[in-house]
Design a protein around this ligand. Structure first.
Ligand SMILES: Cc1ncc(COP(=O)(O)O)c(C=O)c1O
Length: 478
């Protein structure tokens, strides 16, 4: 077969120009090296199970029963036979687990192999709404979450696609995004032909964000005739790991209200606040009538179920639609309908994420042990890597530890090189695959890298001394 094309097709130039650094040239080179037998540590992406994190037992036990409902009966028969023979075994699934799976299947009605309602099954959306209210500790004054304004999605990525496709109607429609940011946002804006409007949290004051910084960005955008439709906030942040203060959150809400824009609160790392408590935008927004799109996912936290593609989008205070009588929510439902529904395994894992085993239940002790171990381990690994930075010339890392990443600044690089050259050389030398700061956007004249703090501790202990040696040699070369 020949690779010579029969004819040339015009395709969407936005997709040609779109960039996605976390799967860009450095990870591509890493994959090539791996193909040739090199040992590669993939720290370019927050993909915990790819680096050995084990799935939470409870999730997988329930999910496997849901995928193979006949196994529920088989487990029961086995238990009864073993009991009769006086051979009770702890290895068997508990009745509680079997009952949970049966209960879910009953509520699912059509099982795992059928399309569901486009928004996702009502019982899952109701469970999500109750989870949000519990998480945010809403009192009588608080606004409860509305299951009709919740959409189950194939990961948070699909939710971002749904929203931005709806908002970007012309090249002059802008979306404000933090810089640095997770490239899903810049890529989706580009794909839809919109305008990316950067705002810059202050790295030197631990990525602090003030309203004045937002005002500066919108002023520039307005000068270029751009109408900003929404501001994206990633909290805890990817790539910086920064966690917003309540004060900053209130300033963002005030800013959005004054400029009549929506807030897109990407809260996929809400479980990855290691030394404090997560505060959601839904909680802080309270009765303010600012449109809010909040996103969550099964990919991060301690669940790390990236490959199962589950998550949800919760909408509050939907905006009206200019020049049309239809409702925003109805258009969003139509938008979701075009994909028919999100995948059912992802939906069910999202359900399990929002209905964890309760203290006192049989599944709780193991669930709690696994959850705590994963989160403690992540924090410890972040601290180990941060400590290594102290031995690297000109490596500075700001902010608290949040999300799954560290984003140190490279203050010293040989003349004529940048963070891309550094990360590529680091990969070639040590097999450590990181992503250059320029892939996320950064203040002009600065250089960074992002590393996901996911590799097992033993692996870190081996590679960090190599990184330190590489670094000090590289940055001091003449
Ligand atoms: C900030 C942020 N939002 C969204 C996503 C996408 O996650 P999902 O797997 O839920 O699509 C990621 C993935 O790394 C992320 O870091």
């Amino acid at each position: 077969m020949s690779d010579v094309a029969l004819f040339n097709m015009i395709i969407n130039p936005n997709i040609i120009e779109m960039e996605y650094a976390v799967r860009g040239p450095i990870p591509q080179r890493a994959a090539e090296l791996k193909k040739h037998g090199r040992n590669i540590i993939f720290c370019n992406i927050g993909n915990p199970q790819a680096l050995g994190q084990r799935p939470i037992t409870y999730y997988r036990q329930v999910l496997s029963l849901l995928e193979d409902p006949d196994s529920i009966g088989r487990e029961r028969n086995l238990r009864s036979l073993l009991n009769k023979a006086g051979l009770a075994s702890k290895a068997l699934l508990s009745d509680e687990l079997l009952n949970t799976a049966e209960d879910i299947l009953k509520k699912m009605e059509t099982g795992m192999g059928a399309y569901t309602e486009s928004r996702g099954p009502a019982f899952i959306r109701q469970a999500i709404a109750r989870f949000i209210d519990r998480r945010d500790n809403i009192d009588e004054e608080g606004i409860p979450s509305d299951p009709d304004k919740i959409f189950l999605t194939n990961g948070a990525s699909e939710a971002v696609k749904f929203i931005l496709e709806m908002m970007i109607a012309s090249p002059k429609d802008g979306i404000m995004i933090p810089t640095p940011q997770y490239p899903l946002y810049s890529a989706t804006i580009k794909k839809n032909g919109g305008a990316q409007v950067n705002y810059y949290p202050d790295e030197d004051s631990d990525w602090n964000l003030k309203k004045s910084m937002l005002e500066e960005s919108i002023k520039d955008a307005k000068k270029q005739g751009i109408t900003v439709k929404a501001i994206v906030v990633i909290n805890p942040a990817n790539p910086t790991g920064a966690i917003l203060s309540e004060k900053s959150m209130r300033e963002i809400i005030e800013f959005a209200k004054e400029h009549e824009m929506a807030i897109i609160a990407d809260e996929v790392y809400q479980e990855n606040v290691y030394d404090g408590k997560f505060i959601s935008f839904a909680k802080i927004i309270g009765k303010e009538a600012v449109p809010l799109f909040s996103l969550h996912s099964i990919s991060k936290g301690f669940y790390g179920e990236c490959g199962q593609r589950g998550g949800y989008l919760e909408l509050r205070n939907p905006p009206g639609i200019k020049d049309h009588a239809c409702k925003f929510l109805d258009v969003l439902v139509k938008q979701a309908s075009v994909s028919l529904c999100s995948n059912t395994a992802g939906q069910l894992l999202t359900y399990l994420m929002v209905t964890p085993p309760l203290p006192g239940s049989e599944s709780y002790p193991l669930f709690f042990k696994e959850k705590t171990q994963i989160l403690d381990d992540l924090y410890e690994k972040a601290e180990i890597i941060r400590a290594a930075f102290k031995q690297m010339d000109g490596m500075k890392c700001f902010g608290r530890i949040g999300a799954l990443y560290l984003f140190p600044r490279l203050e010293k690089l040989p003349a004529g090189t940048d963070d891309f050259d550094y990360c590529m050389a680091l990969l070639e030398e040590t097999g450590l695959c990181t992503v250059n700061g320029s892939g996320f956007g950064q203040k002009k004249g600065t250089n960074h890298l992002r590393i996901a703090f996911l590799p097992p501790k033993e692996m870190l202990k081996e590679v960090l001394p190599q990184w330190i040696a590489f670094h000090n040699k590289y940055v001091n070369r003449k």
